[in-house]
Design a protein around this ligand. Structure first.
Ligand SMILES: [Zn+2]
Length: 286
């Protein structure tokens, strides 16, 4: 079971009550990713990372830090402390949500089984590519949803009668299907073009593992690179849809570049220069 814990944490989101059963660093409870992904540097300065949300909200984060903290990590500490100042614990239990569960917490075992089965698929098959990529578990899971057409885009919510209209909010012209959002919406299309991709009009998101690779992009860990791009297109969409943010192409490429730096430590030793190559691709595209 222990080996499944990162996946379990990646596919659930917690609404914090008393904060006692939620991992401060590894659960997703503040923002769209766990804090260890968002504030990787700061986490690397912590002596332990097994504290609950309640431990940190009540006792503070500083007492868990190693004696010497770099300036960059101090910058992250200031951001985390600002976020924590807005957190209020209550007397209720923490509540976990998952795309594999109903509102009442009942699990859709068939979907979950398909997910677990795909994780143990033989190397070289479509699905195994994502689980063996160097992306964080949360993003690997996002890729699985993407390929299976299950991300919460408006077209899917319309099918489940949660929404009455599926018009894409980014362009206002087309239904927001997975393929439209990630590949063909005007912003996505210019994003991919800026990186040298030439994506056919009928290309579908479920075939994302076969996205034609431009000659200018290295072949090794190309799957991870594609996932990084898709993940940021999705994050940008959520920022616009839920938080009325605006994000230009340049800002999105910059966010990808920052993420590429963070992911470099996920690449095997000796291959981390790939992340520097990705950073230069994003810089060139700006
Ligand atoms: Zn659109």
């Amino acid at each position: 079971m222990r080996s499944l814990l990162p996946l379990y944490q990646a596919i659930t989101t917690v609404v914090v009550g008393d904060g006692q059963s939620t991992s401060f660093w590894h659960d997703i409870w503040l923002g769209e990713e766990c804090l260890s992904e968002q504030f990787h540097l700061l986490q690397s300065h912590c002596k332990h990372t097994d504290q609950s949300v309640s431990d940190i909200v009540i006792g503070g984060l500083r007492r868990h830090l190693a004696p010497r903290v770099t300036t960059e990590a101090l910058g992250e500490l200031a951001l985390v402390e600002a976020l924590l100042s807005q957190v209020t614990l209550t007397a209720t239990f923490d509540k976990r949500y998952s795309p594999f569960a109903d509102h009442d917490g009942k699990l859709h075992t068939r979907d979950l089984y398909a997910l677990l089965k795909s994780m143990s698929a033989p190397a070289g098959t479509t699905v195994s590519k994502f689980w063996s990529s160097c992306a964080p578990p949360r993003v690997q899971f996002f890729a699985w949803l993407l390929v299976h057409g299950q991300i919460q885009c408006k077209e899917n919510l319309l099918k489940r009668r949660i929404l009455m209209d599926s018009t894409c909010e980014l362009c206002g012209g087309q239904p927001e299907t997975t393929s439209h959002l990630i590949l063909h919406c005007s912003f996505a299309a210019s994003f991919w073009r800026s990186l040298g991709f030439d994506i056919p009009d009928d290309f579908e998101a479920r075939d994302i593992h076969q996205l034609p690779r431009p000659a200018s992009i290295a072949g090794s860990h190309f799957d991870t690179f594609v996932l990084l791009c898709c993940w940021h297109l999705w994050k940008r969409r959520n920022g616009i849809t839920f938080r009325q943010e605006s994000m230009s192409l340049r800002q999105t490429l910059q966010a990808c570049k920052n993420e590429a730096r963070l992911w470099s430590c996920r690449l095997p030793c000796g291959e981390r220069n790939i992340a520097a190559h990705w950073c230069s691709l994003f810089s060139l595209a700006m």
